[in-house]
Design a protein around this ligand. Structure first.
Ligand code: 9PG
Length: 432
């Protein structure tokens, strides 16, 4: 870390904004006297924070973006880096905030009493990235937050029917994790699905579109892909689904050919909405076959997917945030929501309403500038703790509006709240 700045502050009022690496990394303003949220379990450093860049013992650690409000009426200072996305740290020492970074950083302070400094920064970032108008997102029903990996074709049809009969304003029926035979094996089905082509035809028969979840850059140790192509694998992508995980070398042309085949096949099977997840696995540290940097490799992989799906809607998730500007239509800006309010191990990158709300608010300024913000799905069945609060977060900050309850489990309030939020999608313009 090299010194960047040292700012006299009012320690009682100073605040520090820390931007996390990927969708699930906690992102928020904090009192400068505090310490930022940190992973609790070791694999989480790789899966929900930035691999190889652990945070400091005390103070704050932003990835590519950090801001300091001195709390004395002086301007907010926004620190950001270039394409290599430096880590930027800040700590309160003797009435000063000391800022340091592991790469070149520039400071701007274009905010004012009426202009949010992060929004002002994001306007410049979006302009530099060549961003134009943002595409509106469809509304969606997602299978994940009720069925999880046990989802079956019958479950999808049950909810399609319930949505249709209740005339809910759902544009896309999105099948989440559980349809595929393995993590990396996207060309074959799990035993719980018979035919994607017939399923998308049934969905289209009700006037709706079909969406599907894929973790395109992730490979499970148990997959057929890992057995067939060990030379395609790189790095350590963590552990989930009871198996170790690796990333793909997206600079290997055989790998991008394979990705094109996967996405062309799904597109031809009737899908035109893709939730692509665990994208951090395409940007793991370490050398690639071609010598491209991890973030160049990531962009190469993302472009291969876009080529295969044409103008289908593309929603990023588990994705390095700043390197994805211009590569997706929508972006998950938060950790997973959950029926439980608090994360069970205290780690705000893990599923919980508190963690999802934290970064949804912390990244609100990205909506309408970088993409449509996805705060994660509305869940409002009676079993959801403090469900009114989550509905308010989605109402206030949800650009992409999706729901994820089993429709039959909703009571009258849940059904009407779902209907209302899906019927009142905000335009893809900045909230602030
Ligand atoms: C499907 C889910 C849903 C969800 C995504 C993502 O082990 N983990 O650290 C971990 C983090 C996030 C996660 C799953 C596991 O959720 O955000 O909406 O699609 O994958 O598996």
């Amino acid at each position: 870390m090299r010194p960047v700045d040292e700012i006299p502050v009012d320690p009682a009022r100073a605040r520090i904004y820390e931007h996390g690496w990927q969708s699930w990394s906690p992102t928020a303003w904090h009192p400068a006297t505090g310490t930022s949220p940190r992973p609790v379990r070791p694999p989480t450093q790789v899966m929900s924070y930035r691999p190889g860049k652990p945070g400091p013992e005390v103070g704050f650690h932003g990835e590519g973006l950090l801001a300091v409000d001195p709390g004395d009426g002086g301007p907010v200072r926004v620190y950001s880096g270039g394409e290599d996305v430096p880590s930027i740290r800040a700590a309160l020492v003797d009435g000063h905030v000391v800022v340091s970074a592991d790469g070149p950083v520039t400071m701007t302070s274009n905010g004012s009493a009426t202009v949010d400094p992060l929004a002002a920064w994001a306007d410049d970032f979006a302009r530099a990235a060549g961003m134009g108008p943002i595409r509106p997102a469809p509304t969606a029903w997602c299978s994940w937050y009720h069925y999880y990996t046990d989802v079956t074709e019958a479950d999808i049809l049950e909810n399609l029917d319930a949505i249709h009969r209740a005339a809910l304003p759902v544009d896309v029926i999105q099948i989440d994790d559980g349809w595929q035979s393995g993590i990396g094996d996207w060309l074959t089905l799990s035993g719980r699905f018979d035919s994607l082509t017939e399923l998308t035809a049934r969905i289209a028969g009700t006037g709706r579109r079909s969406g599907i979840w894929v973790a395109p850059f992730l490979v499970g140790a148990r997959s057929e892909l890992a057995a067939e192509h060990p030379d395609w694998l790189i790095g350590d992508a963590g552990h989930n689904w009871d198996q170790d995980l690796r990333g793909l070398d997206l600079t290997n042309p055989a790998v991008t050919d394979h990705l094109r085949a996967v996405f062309t096949g799904l597109h031809e099977a009737g899908f035109d909405y893709f939730k692509i997840d665990f994208l951090y696995a395409g940007a793991l540290p370490g050398p690639r076959q071609s010598g491209q940097t991890p973030l160049e490799a990531y962009a190469t992989g993302m472009r291969a997917i876009r080529e295969a799906i044409g103008d289908s809607y593309l929603l990023g998730c588990g994705a390095p945030i700043l390197p994805s500007v211009g590569l997706v239509d929508g972006m998950r800006v938060s950790a997973d929501v959950d029926p439980a309010y608090a994360p069970h191990d205290g780690d705000l990158s893990q599923p919980s309403q508190a963690g999802a709300a934290l970064s949804t608010v912390g990244r609100a300024f990205q909506h309408g500038r970088f993409w449509v913000n996805d705060p994660d799905c509305l869940i409002v069945r009676p079993a959801v703790e403090r469900r009114e609060e989550w509905a308010e977060v989605v109402a206030g900050y949800g650009g992409l509006r999706s729901c994820s309850d089993r429709i039959a489990d909703l009571d009258a309030w849940g059904l009407e709240t779902t209907r209302h939020l899906l019927a009142t999608v905000p335009p893809p313009l900045p909230f602030a």
